[in-house]
Design a binder for this molecule. Structure first.
Ligand code: IMP
Ligand code: MG
Length: 374
């Protein structure tokens, strides 16, 4: 087993195939034991693409009558900011009243598996058992019981045996881990600037990116660019923004991922105006984790609502931002912020990366405090 090179990253051997085989033997034995006297025929459900190799290895060890099916999970287009709704694709046989053994490659935060679990029960499954090859127990935060776990691993990014880095690496029979040496060379940093509209995020972000050599990612600016260019996305976005509503997560996330990939050589990124919902925060984690990266710090600017109101109105006048002029639109933005965006603070506090700064001082005072945190 040698070091392997996938796109911009190197991976080193982590779990040899022989150890995987042994773990799969054990987990198959447990499933065989539990289903020995099962009255009925369960469906083994492979979650594509990642579980393809694991499911194959597992299936040939199962010694009770079972059927096979496979699915993919996709984001569902056309929903508002209620978070990404997902949908099961490719479920061919009816699962009404059936017992399903879901076979996953890896469970990380557990978002995917809990979504799938709920979707299968919704579709009428009688009972859903979960079997995953790998589990990262340090990050798994869901209550859902994982019936069969072949192996637990530390919270590091891995590839091989079905698992990918940007669709590459699935074909290796051993599992590899991101080579720390290549990461240490240029660890890309990801900061979020956080706070109500008018807290000074844009102003501070502009100063921070200059001081620290970061790329400023403002979803507001990305969207306004689309609107100015009159793209289809821009027209849809304008309609929502004019009402003080949020643009659908999948649209914003697509723009973010494109922005990350378009700037491989910067020292890091400062996100401004994103994420605005916990669903987006979770997806940002996934977008970054897919690239072997993470959120390093969340810099929160705290200011009271009255000040938010005054600052937005003032800015609307001087910057001629039509979306910010009407009082009811301003109030709607404040309400949306409290309802959808504030819960994100709790999400990042849990991760220990949340830092709050009093945003009511002068621009320079606030900037100095932020610099001290960086
Ligand atoms: P969760 O929804 O956070 O549990 O993430 C599960 C999904 O994230 C998996 O099905 C994989 O597609 C992907 N994933 C999580 N960790 C890794 C990893 O270390 N390598 C490759 N893919 C991963
Ligand atoms: Mg997967």
């Amino acid at each position: 087993m040698e070091r392997i090179h996938l796109k911009d990253k190197y991976f080193v051997p982590y779990i040899p195939y022989e150890r995987l085989e042994k773990a799969i033997d054990d987990v198959a034995e447990r499933i065989n034991h539990d289903f020995k006297n099962f009255d009925g025929i369960p469906i083994v459900l492979c979650v594509l693409n990642g579980s393809i190799l694991f499911t194959g290895e597992l299936m040939k060890r199962l010694n009770f009558p079972c059927e096979f099916s496979s699915v993919r999970l996709s984001s569902y287009e056309g929903t508002l900011s209620t978070g990404i709704t997902r949908k099961v694709l490719g479920l061919t046989s009816s699962i009404k009243g059936r017992t399903i053994i879901v076979v996953e490659d890896i469970v990380d935060t557990g978002k995917t598996i809990t979504d799938l679990y709920a979707l299968l029960l919704d579709a009428g499954a009688e009972d859903v058992k979960i079997c995953t090859m790998l589990l990262k127990p340090e990050v798994y935060k869901k209550d859902l019981k994982l019936d069969y776990v072949a192996m637990e691993i530390e919270n590091r990014f891995i590839v091989g045996f079905g698992l990918d880095y940007d669709q590459l690496g699935r074909n290796y029979k051993d599992i590899y881990i991101l080579d720390k040496r290549t990461e240490e060379k240029a660890p890309m940093k990801h900061y979020l600037i956080f706070g109500p509209p008018g807290a000074g995020k844009g102003t501070q972000a502009a100063k921070l990116v200059e001081r620290f050599g970061l790329r400023h990612v403002s979803t507001g600016d990305l969207l306004r660019r689309q609107i100015a260019e009159g793209t289809e996305l821009g027209l849809k976005a304008k309609h929502l923004i004019d009402q003080g509503l949020l643009v659908p997560d999948e649209v914003v996330e697509g723009m973010i991922a494109a922005e990350l990939d378009a700037n491989p050589d910067v020292k890091g990124f400062l996100f401004d105006g994103f994420p605005r919902t916990t669903a987006q925060a979770e997806h940002l984690d996934t977008i970054l984790a897919d690239r072997g990266r993470k959120v390093d710090a969340v810099l929160s600017l705290a200011i009271p609502d009255e000040m938010v109101f005054e600052r937005i109105r003032h800015r609307a006048q001087i910057e001629n931002r039509a979306d910010d002029t009407k009082p009811e639109v301003i109030q709607n933005r404040i309400d949306t912020y409290h309802a959808k965006t504030e819960p994100i603070a709790a999400f990042y506090k849990d991760k220990g990366v949340y830092q709050e700064v009093d945003g009511t001082g002068t621009i320079d005072e606030v900037f100095e405090k932020l610099c001290a945190l960086m």
